[in-house]
Design a protein around this ligand. Structure first.
Ligand code: SF4
Length: 250
């Protein structure tokens, strides 16, 4: 298969390869246990600054006691704090999830809204969380940019931005709407398992031959190394990546 020459071609090939590597559906790609949008929203708010495993350890008790937004909206905060304590920042998180439940009851008739514009008005819900809810719970387009998507998409030369909103805009322009949510979820998994922040495992990566930031020797020799890019050379990372692609085709 020819090496893609453009960011759009590379993005689509990344999407295809990661789908082969992580073939689960969006619902199963999400590592937070949940049965509906309200549970996913609650779990996502609790997942700040902790692991999904830690959240999954507390949510069964939380969801059993407060199965619907109206139940959580009426909860005694002390009781909720006791349940979510081990996730850290438990007082703020308790305030957030009770406030979130109140907003859903008061303004959305007890149903989690589907529109991004509505989701981000709920306390504790930012754009990243809203996009996770849209893609996982509702199977609507929603490309969440977390720390992994931020890092991996820049390493792959799909964006030069560091601001999550601008990264989301760049990636959205490269992918069909239906692929955006699954792409984000798979890049998150890839960032957690292979393209690690400190030491990417390029020798185990299915994207290695099309990645301009590969640390393997064959890639380090050329003009497209990360060092060159990070020194602020005149050519942009995208231009360098295109050169790499051209070299691979030659
Ligand atoms: S080749 Fe290396 S830097 Fe590129 S995506 Fe894979 S693990 Fe990350």
């Amino acid at each position: 298969m020819a090496t893609p020459r453009t960011p759009k071609g590379r993005a689509r090939q990344v999407a295809r390869r990661l789908e082969s590597e992580y073939p689960d559906s969006p619902k199963d790609l999400c590592e937070l246990d949940h049965r509906n949008a309200f549970e996913l929203l609650t779990a996502t708010v609790l997942s700040a600054q902790t692991t999904d495993q830690r959240v999954n350890a507390v949510t069964p008790a939380l969801f059993a006691r407060y199965p619907a937004p109206a139940d959580l909206a009426a909860a005694n905060p002390v009781d909720v704090e006791d349940i979510v304590r081990s996730t850290g920042f438990y007082q703020n998180k308790t305030k957030s999830i009770i406030g979130m439940a109140e907003a859903i009851v008061d303004r959305f008739d007890g149903d989690v809204p589907t529109r991004l514009e509505d989701l981000v008005t709920i306390p504790g819900v930012g754009r990243k969380t809203a996009n996770v809810i849209r893609s996982v719970a509702f199977e609507l387009p929603g490309l969440a940019v977390d720390t992994h998507v931020n890092r991996v998409s820049r390493r792959l030369g799909l964006t030069e931005e560091t601001d999550p909103v601008k990264i989301e805009r760049d990636l959205n322009s490269l992918l069909p709407a239906k692929d955006r949510g699954p792409f984000s979820l798979r890049v998150i998994l890839h960032g957690r398992r292979v393209c690690l922040a400190r030491k990417p495992l390029c020798d185990r990566c299915v994207l290695e031959d099309i990645c301009p930031s590969s640390t393997l020797p064959a890639r380090r020799k050329g003009p497209t190394t990360r060092t060159t890019a990070s020194r602020g050379g005149r050519r942009s990372m995208r231009r360098q990546a295109a050169d790499l692609d051209d070299a691979a085709i030659r």
